[in-house]
Design a protein around this ligand. Structure first.
Ligand SMILES: Nc1ncnc2c1ncn2[C@@H]1O[C@H](COP(=O)(O)OP(=O)(O)OP(=O)(O)O)[C@@H](O)[C@H]1O
Length: 424
């Protein structure tokens, strides 16, 4: 029990199909939650009876129960209340439909459902993906999670897209285990910064993950859950259509926007693609621009320093001459200035050499798996990320922060727009 935990203690008795929501906005406060009786889950992960779970600043949490429970909350969250209106039963029904398709896929030994979650910003897309994935693994499935949201970078860091085989439910206070994810560098937090490159990465990620599904029987029958960006108009809508086509999706769950739902019914729905409208949960909280920026920063800090389990990154020098630094995309030239045979779009996916300079300071660099520039560097996945913490132009060395000790595993580095101030 949590008697040794500081802070006021409140007990909540939850009825069938209700949830306890709380938010932690300020300071270094911590809240501890303990399930005292009944059954409860956090975004699809079951809580263990009598085990205290700790949540820190920034947490926005909903503990849901299908059959009723008692929860003890220790500490002072900014808000805490019980909500009886939640869309969880609808989400559960959608999961049952996916499970039905998985069983059918297993019987026929074909690919299981590829489901995509779409909707505007702050409607709970990532949370719904997490719920679907947790329910799937609790039923013994091994789905692939694909995250196309470059704004948050749920699988690696912001500015990337990636995929991950999910083998166990996400721990209550963290995301899914990050072992060997497949990650591609985009370098911006908004697809509109380079639509052509973003589409090219979606195509590549779809090709690779669909291949991987075929290689692993359990994953093949389990299918995929795809999270998307909150940009759903104009170019954003085009990217949704592109992803639906490339990943050969069978189901699209549209959260909270009838307009988007109707557009997808018109443009994508068919015998093989179901489009389903779902309401958002009243608990999903809108984030301000600065909260989003802070969340991004935290995500990068976590990459280098860990969250629950502290990580100890390394700092070392790299000679300018030992690495080749590039960015993707060059300024667009008018048609008349393009070399013969080159299309305007090619500029967006062109590899442009970057000379080391002070401008690299604090930037994140992706370490590409490509061994030479003869390879398709822009569509190669990445081994990891480093951050430039110092540039010495005289000695011609970069000081970098790296999750691994020297030497760097590869020498081709791709510059990201993202910056990180290492204040440790
Ligand atoms: N039922 C709920 N009660 C309380 N908080 C919730 C609930 N569902 C989700 N949240 C919280 O709301 C926040 C936003 O949810 P989420 O990240 O899933 O939205 P999103 O649509 O994926 O956002 P984005 O626009 O960044 O893609 C998260 O911090 C999440 O923990």
């Amino acid at each position: 029990m949590s008697d040794d935990q500081p802070g006021p203690r409140t007990e909540y008795k939850l009825e069938t199909d209700s949830e306890l929501r709380f938010e932690m906005e300020n300071g270094n406060d911590k809240v501890t939650v303990t399930l005292l009786n009944g059954h409860a889950e956090l975004y699809g992960t079951e809580l263990v009876m009598k085990k205290p779970y700790e949540f820190g600043v920034g947490a926005k949490v909903a503990i849901f129960t299908y059959h009723g429970c008692t929860i003890e909350l220790r500490g002072k969250p900014d808000v805490a209340y019980v909500a009886r209106e939640t869309p969880m039963v609808q989400y559960l029904n959608c999961n049952s439909a996916l499970e039905h398709l998985r069983t059918k896929a297993e019987e026929d030994d074909v690919r299981g459902p590829v489901a995509m979650v779409v909707g505007p910003m702050d409607v709970g897309k990532s949370t719904l993906c997490r719920i679907f994935l947790n329910y799937a693994v609790r039923l013994g499935r091994r789905p692939i999670y694909v995250d196309l949201d470059v704004g948050q970078g749920g699988i690696a860091i912001p500015g990337t897209i990636g995929a991950l085989l999910v083998e166990r439910p996400a721990p209550v206070a963290e995301g899914f285990s990050q072992q060997a994810p497949l990650v591609y560098h985009f370098g911006h937090t908004n697809p509109s910064e380079n639509d052509v490159f973003y589409d090219a990465l979606i195509t590549k990620l779809a090709e690779t993950t669909l291949e991987r599904l075929q290689a692993n029987k359990r994953a093949k029958h389990s299918g995929m859950i795809i999270n998307t960006c909150g940009w759903v108009k104009q170019g954003g809508y085009h990217h949704i259509l592109h992803a639906a086509k490339e990943f050969e999706v069978n189901a699209i769950f549209v959260l909270d926007q009838e307009r988007l739902y109707n557009e997808l019914l018109r443009d994508v729905a068919s015998k093989t693609v179901q489009v389903v409208y779902l309401p958002k949960s009243g608990g999903v909280v809108k984030r301000t621009r600065s909260q989003r920026a802070e969340a991004r920063d935290n995500r990068i800090r976590e990459y280098f320093y860990g969250s629950k389990m502290p990580l100890y990154p390394h700092s070392f020098d790299v000679k300018f001459s030992d690495v080749k630094i590039f960015k993707v995309g060059s300024p667009v030239l008018p048609d008349s200035c393009l070399p013969l045979g080159m299309k305007k779009e090619d500029n967006f996916t062109k590899l442009v050499a970057v000379q080391p300079s002070m401008q690299l300071l604090h930037h994140i660099l992706a370490v590409s798996f490509a061994e030479s520039i003869e390879e398709n560097v822009i569509q190669s996945n990445v081994a990891g990320f480093i951050c430039v913490t110092d540039v010495n132009m005289e000695k011609e060395v970069l000081t970098i922060l790296s999750p691994q000790p020297r030497p760097l595993p590869q020498t081709i580095l791709l510059v990201s727009d993202l910056q990180f101030m290492d204040s440790h």
